[in-house]
Design a protein around this ligand. Sequence first.
Ligand SMILES: *Cc1c(COP(=O)(O)O)cnc(C)c1O
Length: 355
Amino acid sequence: MQPRDLSTHSVYRAGRGIEEVAREIGLDPDELVKLSSNENPLGPSPAAAEAIQQHATHSHTYPKAAHTDLTDAIARQWDVSPSQVWLANGGDGALDYLARAFLEPGDGVLVPDPGFAYYSMSARYHHGTVGTYQLNKADGFEQTATTVLESYNGERVVYITSPHNPTGRELPREELLTLADRTDDSTLILVDEAYAEFASTDSAIDLLGERDDIAVLRTFSKAYGLAGVRLGYLLAPPTWADAYERVTTPFAASELACRAGLAALEDDAHLDNTVELVRWAREYMHEQLQAHTWPSGGNFVLAAVDDAETVARDCRERGVIVRDCTSFGLSDCIRISCGTREETKRAVDVINDIV
Ligand SMILES: *Cc1c(COP(=O)(O)O)cnc(C)c1O
């Protein structure tokens, strides 16, 4: 007996955990600076951590009230109706719900290259086929309607990442509108705003009231520092009615995740501190790194090096973990997440020494 043919599927390779790397190079995990997964260097909101502790003793019940309360709180935050909020186990879980709700077997999707690996994985799990549009290094990885439309062929879903991972580039709003207008009525533009809190361009969320061909993805993993609890959501157009209820796993987000999310949404100070730190760190890296960097709207900076694998290894041996972008198809780039001031300075020193 065998599972179905999975030969076209790829394996998601997460960056290695800090304990694993520390053991390998014989350092204490506390001595390592981990800037490879775009995590929040300030940790979770203290209010969220407390909410998790407080509600630990309720873990035996299904998350009914918490799920509803968080959905309502998110709906209020964005001025949408609760039925438009698709809570999920991380943004990745929301991508799966979208594919479940949207794709018929054989439907095509269009994803960026370089880009976030899970778009195509999720589409393939749901029997979709995958095409790519290129973001070109020669054009500074610029994102425009044209860069996408050049490769567009009537696909059912077009994935846009803005700010884009790993390049940091954003798709300007007028380009998004042009793209949505020029694609077929049956094509959805999914705008992945995993890093939007750090960006200067406006969110696409306010477009949801006006049109039914744009949906927006958000996560608590980055700006809210809750990557470990797995909480994200999709915001759908109002016309999709009860599609979520028809595709969701029962209780898509856990009790503890919902409680953490509710507390995090109230903690403006933690969010503000995070965004301020990220802006400082981005600036610092742009100014101080002795390598070409690209403008970034995210909590990371992409930097050009000769050989990413070697540079990342040399950094690791000196206790600084950065992301080798070879798996994104950029074997001459590293991605450095914004750390605390101290971590960011140390990373820049180490990288400058190496390159
Ligand atoms: C981190 C990230 C997500 C969401 O991650 P989750 O932890 O599953 O919420 C989505 N898209 C991009 C581009 C990301 O970098």
